[in-house]
Design a protein around this ligand. Structure first.
Ligand code: 5CA
Length: 155
């Protein structure tokens, strides 16, 4: 089956890293971490949430385990960075994707990325792939390779 235009961007980015990872489109919703975990049959902690924040006009991406709620005050202090949650328009403008399907890669602009250390405690995780019906599975350590992101404690 042909992938949607947005999911094709994600598939192409995976291929550009020479990884044989495959975007899958599901009939079921994967809009939220809980939806995605139910749809693929994994633990919620294995879902990689893509949360966009802003520091002034700069977008910052946090890849967070579905079981964790990012502690903005803590992370902002740890990174010495003022942070506010991005709204839907800013998120779409900086990533090229809409909330509910934001992938960890393939954004329309380069985005500084921080990765929840807890994600690495799972061998396999699932991330959004461009739409609220598309995901891909990867070995968690590949998040570092794919994004060049920095591991942090989010809670
Ligand atoms: N597809 C799933 C995971 S595979 C997904 O995208 N989950 S998510 O957690 O990364 O994306 C939903 C997140 O978007 C929510 O946790 C919330 O932080 C954020 N969000 C939802 N609605 C809004 C909104 N109106 N403005 C800003 N952020 C929002």
């Amino acid at each position: 089956m042909t992938l949607s235009e947005k999911s094709q961007l994600v598939q192409q980015a995976l291929e550009s890293h020479h990884l044989s990872l495959e975007v899958v489109e599901l009939a079921a919703s994967t809009r939220t971490a809980q939806d995605a975990a139910t749809a693929v049959g994994c633990e919620i902690g294995q879902i990689c949430k893509s949360l966009v924040f802003r520091s002034g006009d700069m977008p910052i991406l946090f890849l967070v385990s579905g079981k964790n709620q990012l502690d903005v005050t803590k992370v902002s202090a740890d990174l010495s960075l003022p942070l506010e949650k991005a709204d839907a328009d800013f998120t779409r403008e900086k990533t090229g994707f809409a909330i509910g399907g934001i992938p960890p890669i393939a954004h329309s602009t380069p985005i500084a990325t921080y990765i929840d250390r807890i994600l690495l405690t799972y061998s396999e995780i699932w991330a959004a792939a461009g739409t609220p019906h598309a995901v891909f599975k990867l070995e968690s350590h590949l998040l570092l390779t794919l994004t060049g992101g920095t591991l942090i404690d989010v809670i």
